[in-house]
Design a protein around this ligand. Structure first.
Ligand SMILES: [Fe+2]
Length: 352
């Protein structure tokens, strides 16, 4: 009797252990992704393509903002993190939330787009570009970020909040590249030239130019092709010229998207496969077509609209000269950038 009970119990245990093993192996083929990229953008299609190729199941959490806070409060939520702003990955690295990738996972990424320790890499980038009215601003009147601070443009500048990640990422680079004094003078000069209190998103600044509210603004370069493709926003795109700043000087500042693997990733091999998949020529080409950012692969051409914009400025293949700012130095400038934005009263708008 006892032996029968024992046998039954052993059989139960064996069954339980078999189903636990099955559950574990099913779990091993699952990859958890955390991203602040938009749910309706191309990332979902890319992840679905990866599922097909790898046979793995990808579970993705989309969040709008607060990626770093989310990673800090739930450090075991994700295996792979995909972000719009790679500076956040540098911050996450400093908090010990990430772990380096193997050289194999990184081999397709040009060295300038890799973290020196291999903890994250850039998979796409865009210019933080100047836009100017086609009808009211002469083609060569604005050539640099510093020009936006000149008194002749008083009351002419539209921009979103100085505290938004896109502007903070730009101002970080001002500080890292020029030093705090010059950065403060340019940010303060821009604040003094505002046409209205900062509001709205990047595209709404182009709308401001189209509506005659202002003559100049700053936007990420990919919004230009996006506006051109939208019947409602095409008039905004038609009203502006897109300028890559400082092409005869040190180059244009960029915003970088990035990818990293967390410290807790349970299936590192699969996580690295996804990371490498994101920089395959096929995925990069579809990203350029759909986002439309610039590929980190020299072999993948820029978006046709950006090639046309570059041509107007004498640039070849739509590629522009980049002003490189080390991400470590950029991250160290973040607090100073926020402080300057507050001190110059950037978001208060023009003084009456
Ligand atoms: Fe954006």
């Amino acid at each position: 009797m006892l032996s029968a009970v024992l046998k039954t119990n052993w059989a139960r245990l064996a069954m339980a252990s078999a189903s636990l093993c099955a559950a574990l192996s099913a779990e091993a083929a699952e990859l958890r992704v955390l991203t602040d990229r938009t749910d309706d953008g191309p990332i979902r299609a890319v992840l679905e393509a990866f599922e097909k190729e790898s046979g793995a199941q990808v579970k993705v959490v989309f969040i709008d903002q607060g990626l770093l806070a989310r990673m800090s409060s739930r450090p075991s939520e994700a295996d792979v993190v995909i972000t719009l702003e790679v500076g956040l990955l540098e911050q996450a690295k400093r908090r010990g939330l990430l772990s380096p990738m193997s050289p194999k996972a990184l081999q397709a990424v040009p060295p300038e787009f890799r973290d020196p320790d291999g903890t994250y890499f850039v998979d796409a980038y865009r210019a933080r570009a100047i836009i100017a009215s086609r009808s009211r601003v002469a083609p060569d009147a604005i050539q640099s970020y510093e020009d936006l601070a000149k008194p002749q443009w008083k009351g002419k500048l539209c921009i979103r909040s100085g505290l938004h990640d896109y502007n903070i990422a730009l101002f970080d680079q001002f500080i890292a590249s020029w030093g705090e004094d010059k950065a403060r003078a340019v940010i303060g000069g821009m604040a003094a030239n505002l046409a209205r209190a900062p509001k709205g998103n990047d595209r709404e600044q182009a709308a401001g130019i189209a509506q005659g509210v202002c003559d100049l603004a700053l936007i990420n370069s990919y919004y230009y092709p996006k506006m051109l493709a939208s019947p409602a926003q095409k008039p905004w795109a038609d009203a502006i010229q897109v300028i890559f700043p400082d092409q005869s000087g040190r180059g244009t500042f960029i915003m970088r998207s990035g990818v990293a693997i967390t410290k807790v990733a349970s299936n590192r091999e699969l996580a690295e496969r996804l990371a490498a998949f994101l920089v395959t020529p096929k995925v990069q080409a579809s990203m350029v077509e759909r986002t439309p950012q610039y590929s980190v692969l020299p072999s993948v051409p820029a978006h046709p609209s950006m090639i046309a914009v570059g041509k107007g400025q004498g640039l070849k293949d739509g590629r522009f000269k980049i002003q490189w700012v080390d991400l470590g130095r950029m991250a160290s400038s973040r607090e100073a950038a926020i402080k300057i934005v507050n001190e110059v009263g950037f978001d208060k708008g023009p003084a009456s």
